[in-house]
Design a protein around this ligand. Structure first.
Ligand code: PHE
Length: 347
């Protein structure tokens, strides 16, 4: 037999055997393949060995060397297949390997944003004073943001440049809406909207707070931002006076700063309260402005169908960023919105 023919036979045998060992998925299949290729009596390697005798004398050393090499290769392949099946079997019994000595990965725990922490705390404090927290939409109509709050169409607060009206493009060139049916939508500029929404749905008495975002087209600087948070309070009942307003605000501020905080009212004007005041508070020897407040204007009661002869009430709206900044000595409101973990980690 020619050498080339013999070597080609060995190559074919090698291919077939490798493929059969690799394909064997069970111990029985692997044993059948072993007998077919490496069986001592009639395996294909055994038959190839007979062919070796027929190779020309001069070619015998080369042919013999390749034959021995092939035998080695097939035995190695068989062993590899055997251990593959064995480890698959242990994995099935034990499940994936778990090494309890490998160091773990410590998950990085975050925490609530300082403003969210403040909001939660304010809810809690006011809750203890009997105020329940309610939510209102951030996209508002002009009725709730202005009209029902006694802010008529010609009032400068409704200037399109001082508010984020939606769909201004639709209105471009059109005259400003003349009736409540033509109400536009805007991002609410104050949480006082929620006073209206609650009173429209609930007969008096009411005792609520609402905390959330408000939007005004201010340039951002250390104390202004086009979006910020307010806490609105509303209490309506028989015989409510400004003394109640001041007591509630003082209790509230004292609990928040855990100190004896003083409250000062300065005369002011809001269309939806009469009289109206600016609220300042003094903590650690410094006065800071907290926001606005006053006694609910009878026109507001009329807009929501409350009897202004029978009920009185107070309302206030305070800046959440302000109290949070004062508490933590934050000097720039923009820090709250940058999401810089070096800032946020400190709270
Ligand atoms: N809504 C007012 C503001 O945003 C604050 C306010 C609320 C004043 C309630 C009086 C009563 O400035």
């Amino acid at each position: 037999m020619a050498l080339a023919e013999f070597l080609a036979e060995l190559d074919q045998l090698n291919c077939d055997a490798q493929a059969a060992f690799q394909a064997a998925g069970t111990a029985a299949a692997l044993e059948a393949a072993r007998i077919e290729f490496l069986g001592l009596k009639s395996g294909r390697l055994k038959s190839a060995q007979k062919g070796l005798g027929a190779v020309d004398r001069a070619d015998k050393p080369v042919a013999g060397q390749r034959f021995n090499q092939l035998k080695q290769q097939l035995e190695t392949a068989l062993e590899a297949a055997q251990s593959r099946l064995a480890s698959a079997a242990t994995a099935r019994v034990d499940g994936p390997r778990f090494d309890p000595t490998v160091p773990g990965i410590r998950p990085r725990l975050g925490h609530l944003h300082p403003l969210t922490q403040t909001i939660e705390e304010l809810k809690d404090l006011m809750g203890r004073l009997g105020f329940s927290a309610v939510d209102g939409p951030e996209v508002e109509d002009e009725w709730h943001n202005f009209e029902a709050l006694n802010i008529p169409l010609e009032h400068p607060a409704r200037n399109p440049l001082d508010n984020f009206y939606l769909a201004t493009a639709e209105r471009l060139g059109a005259t400003r809406p003349q009736s409540t049916e033509e109400r536009g939508l805007l991002l609410r500029s104050q949480t006082s909207t929620v006073q209206i929404r609650v009173m429209e749905k609930t007969p008096p008495p009411v005792r609520i707070i609402s905390l959330g975002r408000v939007y005004r087209p201010d340039d951002a600087d250390a104390t202004h931002y086009p979006m910020f948070h307010q806490i609105e309070g509303l209490l309506v009942d028989r015989g409510i006076t400004m003394a109640d307003l001041k007591s509630v605000l003082r209790l509230f501020a004292s609990s928040f700063f855990q100190d004896d905080v003083h409250i000062r009212f300065r005369p002011s004007f809001f269309p939806f309260t009469e009289p109206s005041v600016e609220v300042d508070m003094s903590w650690q020897g410094r006065w800071i402005e907290m926001g606005g407040a006053g006694m609910v204007d009878p026109n507001v009661f009329r807009a929501v169908g409350y009897d202004a002869e029978e009920f009185t009430g107070f309302a206030f709206g305070l800046g959440i960023e302000r109290v949070c900044m004062r508490r933590h000595n934050v000097t720039d409101i923009r820090e709250f919105y940058k999401n810089d973990v070096r800032f946020l980690q400190q709270f």
